[in-house]
Design a protein around this ligand. Sequence first.
Ligand code: DC
Length: 227
Amino acid sequence: MNKKKIRPLVITIDGPAGAGKSTVARITAERLGLPYLDTGAIYRAVTWFLKGHAIAPEDGEMIGSALAVISISLSDGSVYVNERNVTDEIRTPDVDAAVSSYSALKPVRDALMDLQREQASRGLVADGRDMGTVVFPCADLKIFLTADAEERARRRYKERLARGEKAEYAEILSYVNERDLYDMNREIAPLRPANGCVILDSTRMTIEEVADVIVSLARELGETKEN
Ligand code: DC
């Protein structure tokens, strides 16, 4: 069924690692006919670049110079750094381990603000850690998607096995806990529910059920294109 779109909605989905944000955001965006913005991928791209140039998170001056020459673009689900497609390279365990430290830095967050906001001209579904609190505080619908750490680790573990990678559940659980703690306690743009957000606990929900809830909430807000 196609409903007429009155205005493009901005929907934010924040939450801890492994809560299912990116899958839910992708499905929701498709069902509502909105672009999907994966901001974790942007932070991963910067991390990939800085790590690749052996620039440490403590090296403020070098980070400033690097940010001045780094150009990130997003197209059809792919991420480019200075025109090189890094979509797969930003998902390695190396980038996983480093991304929290680089994304806690103010110059990094400031440099990425405009890039993220520019994507919203046609509306969007954006997932990340500070979408509803900092980047799109006036979003039409803000979701905080969470789940028990054990469940989130279990999902990551299954994803890794499905990709044919080696995985250790206990290791993933401790990594998930560590990353949550870091993302929630950093000084700038810490992970927390935004004012006026809807908190969804996906521990006992399927991805489809979560997407259904968000699509219904979006539909209540106005007429959107539902495919
Ligand atoms: O969603 P993800 O796992 O791909 O995110 C990777 C890291 O990027 C995460 O540890 C925190 C950071 N991040 C952030 O600080 N702000 C965002 N809006 C998105 C991600």
